[in-house]
Design a binder for this molecule. Sequence first.
Ligand code: ZN
Length: 103
Amino acid sequence: MVDWKKLVKKIPNKVQLSKKGEYEIVWVDEFKQHDTIGETRFDRKQIAIKKNLSPKLTTITDLHEVIHGLSGEHDAQLTENQVLALEKGLYYLLKDGNLFKKD
Ligand SMILES: [Zn+2]
């Protein structure tokens, strides 16, 4: 299982994705497009996440945007559909004791 409440509290204020790619994580009340819940801003080096989503959706959105950020920083040119496909595997990476052993 994944303790989403615990994880969401550990989302930092910034995340480094490449040597010069440090992204500030910012919290947004509402995006211009109302169904948007996250956005990677390469020009400002920001990952923006909508406030007040569930802990699970917040965490997954953060990681979804991190994948976009990695793709941009490392020129992988992933499409939205490819990012969404990878997103489905994130749960398994986050599962306690899976990718890294338990403490
Ligand atoms: Zn996306």
